[in-house]
Write a protein that binds this ligand. Structure first.
Ligand SMILES: [Zn+2]
Length: 396
């Protein structure tokens, strides 16, 4: 059965204040069904009436909007040596942000992370819906809790459950590239299209796929774009295979190539490498032509299969995007089936806080998702939003 209440909540959360007439039209709901759904949301203090004056003058319209403070969410993005986080309300407004040192490789990594999060949860006034954690690695789609990450040196660690038990709060983990894709689908240009891809360039190469408006999770994970084969019989990758895109086109791979060619010293940063390449066409060509070509071909292959309308390119590596762009686009368009080359490309500047915001979006999405939850934490987030907010009602 279709969950009209959830559809209404999702539409209001995604598009902001909206009239009843428009909701009925957009969602194809009858008057009585819409009234029943909005009454449920009103009773739980999730939705309120807001007046908005039309810019053309005339009578103010009564619109339905979210009660922003009916729930709060913590989001954290983990790197091997630090954690960046934000606390947001239901409208994804950032209430505060934090950055803490964190050592993912230590024996007490989960304990350390729990402590760090406990400190933040104590600052929350009102209902904490849950904690979202974005990690550079694979998260089991079955429980959104078990994580594998070469970058963090985590091997099948049940992080979510351990933290959830310790803090008595739902905890959802997600691959960090997927958190970016969810953010785009809820708040960015991704909300205007049904099918899009987010790719990230940097330490690794990742992909988030949004298909029919929902993040595609696969049965055993998905979006391992860095590990599609780019060169048959190429160098060994940390995944154990040979010739992966990541061993050619990730920042460490390009750094290693620059070092081997004598263009930089071992300690040089990527920023320094990009600046050297910008000043010398030959160096730029040596270091970026092949990676850009292979990235274009690999992405074209995915586009030919999924036919997306929009491609987001992000990650810390996009700071050097000017060195990739020309060759990448030439290679991409040369390899996409001509009838499918109507997609737009949007290059997003790198921003740590955006990834943390993405981690909050996992929790907000779990509360709004169309699909039935497959794990206990997602269900608990929904319950907290729908039931616990009763005590918070009329707070705006
Ligand atoms: Zn690989």
């Amino acid at each position: 059965m279709r969950d009209s209440t959830n559809e209404v909540l999702r539409a209001i959360a995604t598009y902001g204040p909206v009239s009843r007439a428009q909701l009925a039209r957009d969602l194809g709901l009858s008057g009585p069904t819409l009234t029943q759904a909005t009454k449920y949301l009103f009773d739980r203090g999730l939705v309120t009436e807001v007046e908005q004056s039309p810019s053309t003058g005339g009578r103010p319209a009564t619109l339905l909007g979210l009660v922003a403070n009916a729930g709060q969410v913590l989001g954290v993005k983990l790197a091997e040596d630090h954690a960046v986080g934000v606390c947001v309300n239901l409208q994804s407004e950032i209430l505060w942000s934090f950055e803490e040192p964190f050592s993912s490789r230590g024996d007490d990594a989960v304990k350390e992370l729990t402590q760090l999060l406990r400190k933040q949860t104590k600052l929350i006034k009102g209902q904490l819906l849950g904690i979202g954690i974005g990690i550079p690695g694979v998260v089991s789609p079955l429980d959104s809790s078990t994580a594998d990450s070469a970058m963090l040196s985590w091997n099948k660690i049940n992080v979510g459950k351990q933290i959830s038990d310790a803090l008595n709060t739902p905890v959802l983990l997600e691959n960090d590239v997927n958190t970016l894709a969810i953010t785009e689908s809820l708040y960015g240009h991704g909300r205007d299209v049904s099918n899009f891809l987010t790719i990230t360039l940097g330490r690794g190469i990742g992909m988030g796929l949004v298909i029919n408006g929902e993040l595609y999770a696969g049965s055993y994970g998905a979006g391992e774009f860095g590990h599609v084969n780019a060169i048959s019989g190429g160098p060994e990758c940390e995944c154990g295979k040979y010739g992966c895109l990541e061993v050619i086109a990730s920042s460490p791979a390009i750094h290693a190539a620059a070092l081997a060619a004598g263009y930089i010293s071992r300690s040089a940063s990527m920023t320094k490498l990009w600046n050297i390449a910008r000043k010398d066409k030959k160096i730029a060509n040596d270091l970026f032509k092949k990676p850009a070509e292979l990235l274009g071909i690999a992405l074209a292959n995915v586009i030919n299969v999924f036919g997306p309308e929009l491609i987001f390119i992000s990650g810390e590596g996009v700071e050097g995007w000017d060195l990739w762009e020309e060759t990448f686009k030439k290679s991409l368009y040369a390899n996409v089936v001509p009838t499918m080359n109507k997609f737009d490309i949007e290059v997003d500047p790198w921003d740590d806080a955006k990834w943390a915001l993405g981690a909050t979006a996992i929790v907000l999405q779990a509360s709004l998702s169309r699909s039935q939850s497959t794990n206990a934490s997602s269900t608990e987030v929904k319950n907290r939003l729908r039931i616990a907010t009763k005590s918070e009602s009329r707070v705006s």
